[in-house]
Structures are given as structure tokens and as C-alpha cells.
Design a binder for this molecule. Structure first.
Ligand SMILES: Nc1ncnc2c1ncn2[C@@H]1O[C@H](COP(=O)(O)OP(=O)(O)OP(=O)(O)O)[C@@H](O)[C@H]1O
Ligand SMILES: [Mg+2]
Length: 300
């Protein structure tokens, strides 16, 4: 049986990323199915489609740039991620807190499972957040504050509220990346007008939203300038963990793990040269270039 007109319109709307049109077509699709075998499915999804709650794709459109939602069960490749013992301990802490928090919730005690990662650039802070979402099997709700100053002044507080509304109604890993960017101006000029004042309002609104989060959200903050993070914001994180660059042995293990996942091997001397290139981010870049060269030689 070929596609119906409604199914064709649905495919078209999804391809154009037009969620509203896609929803209408999906409703039309379930409405036209009168078979007994699909009755439960159609009734359920008609109700879901017609509800006003926001879903991932809608949010993605509304908050483009400030908030990104990622399904890490599809995008994260665990076989290419090296978990050091230090970060494994942090992960265990987050997992334990998740269980404690569920109990606290039953007792009516609000508590946010929040961890701040700080450390040099390229040490894997953002990647660790994705790893946590992947392992916890939760949506990864990513907010990056670095582009805020130029692009989002004015509408930012409203957008932060929207993003947090998502987190309040959907258990997720909420990653607040580069949080130093919203704090600098707050402590900066001290005036209550202009960008300093707007930044102060944004930071305050972020903290207010933070305090409304339910126990089942995992918050991970990240910064490479912890010295610039506002004290009041810093206090909201119950765990503060410095992410350090991997040692030589750890980088070697990371490279071998990556190579084993892609099914390629390099001699130990080549791996040693790669590992000497710097922190894990630089090593991985070098490794990918090396793999590309190998493939290029093979196809030449
Ligand atoms: N432990 C790791 N295993 C595998 N890849 C890693 C690891 N740590 C970092 N990487 C890789 O290094 C790159 C940089 O990592 P990431 O962006 O997470 O660092 P960061 O600490 O958030 O840096 P910045 O402070 O600049 O935002 C990414 O491409 C990531 O895939
Ligand atoms: Mg980062």
C-alpha cells in the first residue's frame, strides 16, 4: 500500500522542520485509521498530539541558539569516550544522589542534584554532561551562555524561564555551560541600567528558576573560569569538581579505546607521538587527522 496524502504531507512537514504542520498532519493520519489493531495507538497519540504541552522539537525551535535538546541515546558513542577514575567517581555520586533525591521527593524535601565542573578548556566538561545524560537515559537539555551577551539580551530572561519550564516538567540532564559568561557583567559595572543591569537580571532570573527545579532533574554546570562565577550561583551547586587534563597513560587508553571502536589500529610509537600533542581534545583532533591520512593512503 502506498503512502496516503496525509502521510506524504507529514513527511514533507518533518523534512521542513515545521512542527506545527507536522502535528496537524499526524493528527489527520491517526484520525483516518479506523482499524481495530491500531485503536489504542491512535487514541493515545491523538491525545498527546492535541495536548498543549511542549515537546522536544517545539522547544528546539522556540529557543534556538540558547537551548539545544539532544537525544544522547542516538548521538553519544560510549565506545569512543574515555571515563577517567576521577569522573567515574563524580558520576557515581550523581547516580547515588538521584536515588537519594527520589526519597527526598517522597518526603517533600526539595533538593537539586547539581554538580559544577570546572577546569581548563578541552578537558571534557561538556562531553561529561552528555555522558551523564546517556547513562542516565535522560534527555540532554543543553544551555550555553557564551553567546548570550550579544544575541539574547532582552529576551533572555524569558527564554531562560521557558527552558527551565521544560526541565521542571520533564526529568532531564540540564547542562548550564559556560556559566561564567552570565556572571561577569553582573559583578562588572554595578549599574542597574544598560548591559550590566540586564545581565544582573538574567543571573537573578537563572537562580530563581534554579530554585524551582524538582528533585528529578540533574543539573550540571560547566566553566573554565570558576573565579568569575557569581558566588550566589556557585552556592547552588552542591558538588564542585575540577576536571583535569588526562595523564599520558589515560590519553593512551583513550586513543586505544577510540581506535578499537572504529576498528583501526596504529603502532604504539604512532600512538605515543599523538598522545604527546597536548590535552585530550588536541590528541583526539590529531588522531582524527591521522585516521583521515590513513584512509586517504588506502584509497589512493
Ligand atoms: N574523556 C574523553 N574521552 C573522549 N573524548 C574526549 C574526552 N574528553 C574530551 N574529549 C573530546 O575532546 C573535545 C573537547 O571536549 P569538551 O568540549 O567536552 O571540553 P570542555 O572541557 O567542555 O572544553 P571548553 O572548556 O573549551 O568548553 C571533544 O571533541 C570531546 O569529544
Ligand atoms: Mg565545554
Amino acid at each position: 500500500m502506498g503512502l496516503t496524502d496525509n502521510q506524504k504531507r507529514l513527511i514533507q512537514a518533518v523534512s521542513l522542520n515545521d512542527i506545527q504542520a507536522a502535528k496537524k498532519c499526524a493528527i489527520a493520519c491517526v484520525a483516518e485509521d479506523a482499524t481495530a489493531k491500531n485503536k489504542y495507538f491512535c487514541t493515545k497519540y491523538k491525545a498527546v498530539l492535541e495536548s498543549t504541552g511542549c515537546n522536544m522539537m517545539e522547544l528546539l525551535q522556540n529557543l534556538k541558539g540558547l537551548l539545544v535538546l539532544e537525544d544522547t541515546s542516538i548521538s553519544f558513542r560510549e565506545g569512543r569516550y574515555y571515563l577517567s577514575d576521577r569522573e567515574a567517581a563524580v558520576f557515581r555520586g550523581i547516580t547515588r544522589m538521584r536515588k537519594v533525591n527520589a526519597r527526598l521527593m517522597e518526603l517533600g524535601i526539595p533538593y537539586v542534584n547539581s554538580t559544577l565542573l570546572y577546569g581548563e578548556s578541552g578537558t571534557g566538561k561538556t562531553t561529561f554532561g552528555r555522558y551523564v545524560a546517556y547513562k542516565a537515559e535522560l534527555p540532554y537539555c543543553y544551555m550555553n551562555f557564551s553567546g548570550l551577551v550579544d544575541s539574547y539580551m532582552g529576551s533572555t530572561s524569558k527564554n531562560i524561564s521557558k527552558a527551565f519550564s521544560y526541565a521542571i516538567s520533564n526529568p532531564c540532564v540540564l547542562m548550564l555551560d559556560e556559566i561564567d559568561c552570565i556572571s561577569i557583567a553582573r559583578s562588572g559595572s554595578g549599574d542597574s541600567s544598560g548591559s550590566g543591569g540586564e545581565m544582573a537580571r538574567i543571573t537573578i532570573s537563572l537562580m530563581q528558576e534554579f530554585d524551582r527545579l524538582p528533585n528529578d532533574v540533574i543539573v550540571i554546570g560547566a566553566t573554565n573560569r570558576i573565579d568569575r562565577v557569581d558566588d550566589a550561583l556557585l552556592r547552588r551547586f552542591s558538588v564542585k569538581h575540577e576536571v583535569k587534563a588526562l595523564s599520558q597513560e589515560e590519553k593512551t587508553a583513550m586513543v586505544k579505546r577510540f581506535l578499537s571502536d572504529v576498528g583501526i589500529s596504529f603502532p604504539d610509537e604512532e600512538i605515543a607521538t599523538l598522545v604527546a600533542q597536548g590535552n585530550q581534545s588536541l590528541v583526539l583532533n590529531g588522531l582524527i587527522r591521522h585516521i583521515a591520512e590513513r584512509i586517504s593512503e588506502e584509497i589512493a
